[in-house]
Design a protein around this ligand. Structure first.
Ligand code: FE2
Ligand code: FE2
Length: 385
């Protein structure tokens, strides 16, 4: 007997999965720009059934139980554990970042010849740096709201009591994360951006999917895996003390969230058919591309009135920025391997990550071995730095 899934024996093409054949088609990437919803709301149908369980045996899934007990003691208070009296000078942050990391934060003048940026003065470049900060923190904030909604959905849809308990602690964590990024934007930076269009498409896909494990795969494995790597990079680079501490605290929570994803899915994925695994591979690939696409920062370029043709030219001459984008997959690839998704369907996803240049990360340790995830006490008590 064949199932509906088995009838589809072809893996879908890039065009079907992400709307374009060439994943590096920057013109197509830049053509999607996030917009503010004039009504201030964005509604997505949540198609997954809410699931009661009558099996209340706590600890039936011992690792999830352990994570839940750790999470209860790891809570921190966004209002009182961070020093909000610290003043942030955005211009100084732009200059310090450029100095700390010239390959990412400065442009080679040769790349700017013949583009709008050739005529920019120092003031305009400074504005660009400030817009970058506002954009980045805005995307973190929107992503955190995505995590808040997804995790509330997991409380409803996951069938096991230990996972419902753990997910409930993550809902609290994500509320705190939205709170800190929103407060930082409002009190320390100088403007908001709408959700990036590619991130928005991905979050819509995750929230609307009817299968409970896809929420985990999209959010805990892909979005939070990338966020953890990005937070780690910025935490390492920034000299702004409030952001540095804020990110370190958020990272301590995110380490648990990603471990929660791997621990929840690893057994479940062993039971899935080849066709079902293939769909998860496609979903992971689609998510990876959407997250890579969001890094093109199209909303900033638009606000700075730089034409798409100029952005393509400038980006083509800054290959080290691509290398940085690939680094952000360092947490994702080992976790996909642990879940068996790299090698299912004749290694289709392995080929995709090889093409993206990210396959070498498969040898790093996966998130179930992240010390932060199982640490004792809150980050404030542990005095993490
Ligand atoms: Fe978060
Ligand atoms: Fe999270």
């Amino acid at each position: 007997m064949t199932t509906l899934d088995d009838d589809r024996d072809q893996l879908r093409s890039n065009l079907e999965l992400i709307g374009r054949e060439n994943i590096d088609d920057l013109e197509a990437v830049l053509s999607l720009v996030g917009q503010y919803d004039v009504e201030g709301f964005h509604r997505v149908e949540d198609n997954c059934p809410a699931e009661f369980t009558w099996d209340y045996q706590k600890g039936a899934k011992p690792q999830l139980d352990k994570l839940y007990e750790k999470a209860k003691k790891a809570q921190w208070n966004a209002q009182t554990d961070l020093d909000w009296s610290i003043e942030v000078d955005q211009e100084q942050v732009v200059m310090a970042n450029a100095e700390a990391n010239p390959a990412q934060m400065q442009w080679d003048p040769a790349a700017l010849v013949g583009t709008a940026l050739e005529k920019w003065d120092d003031k305009r470049f400074m504005q660009f740096g400030i817009e970058n900060q506002n954009w980045l923190l805005s995307q973190f904030m929107h992503g955190e709201q995505g995590a808040l909604l997804c995790t509330a959905k997991i409380v409803e849809t996951v069938p096991w009591i230990d996972a419902k308990y753990y997910a409930a602690t993550q809902v609290m964590d994500e509320a705190r994360h939205v709170e800190v990024f929103s407060k930082y934007l409002d009190e320390k930076l100088s403007g908001h951006y709408p959700m990036n269009a590619h991130l928005g498409l991905l979050l819509d896909d995750i929230v609307s999917d009817s299968r409970w494990d896809m929420t985990y795969l999209g959010m805990q494995i892909m979005v939070e895996g990338l966020a953890l790597a990005a937070f780690g990079f910025i935490h390492m680079m920034t000299t702004e003390p409030l952001l540095k501490k804020l990110l370190r605290y958020v990272m301590a929570d995110e380490a648990r969230h990603v471990a929660f994803g791997v621990l929840s899915l690893q057994e479940y994925y062993k039971e899935l058919s080849a066709a079902e695994l293939r769909e998860r591979q496609e979903f992971a690939f689609e998510a990876a591309i959407r997250m890579k696409d969001r890094m093109a920062m199209q909303e900033v370029w638009e606000r700075m009135e730089v034409p798409t043709s100029d952005v393509i030219k400038i980006t083509a001459m800054a290959p080290e920025r691509d290398d940085f984008q690939i680094l952000l997959f360092s947490k994702i690839v080992p976790n996909l391997k642990k879940l068996g998704l790299l090698d299912a369907a004749d290694g289709w996803l392995r080929t995709k990550f090889t093409e993206m240049g990210a396959i070498a990360f498969e040898h790093l340790t996966d998130s179930t071995e992240d010390e932060d995830a199982f640490a004792d006490g809150s980050p404030a008590e542990r005095q993490v730095v």
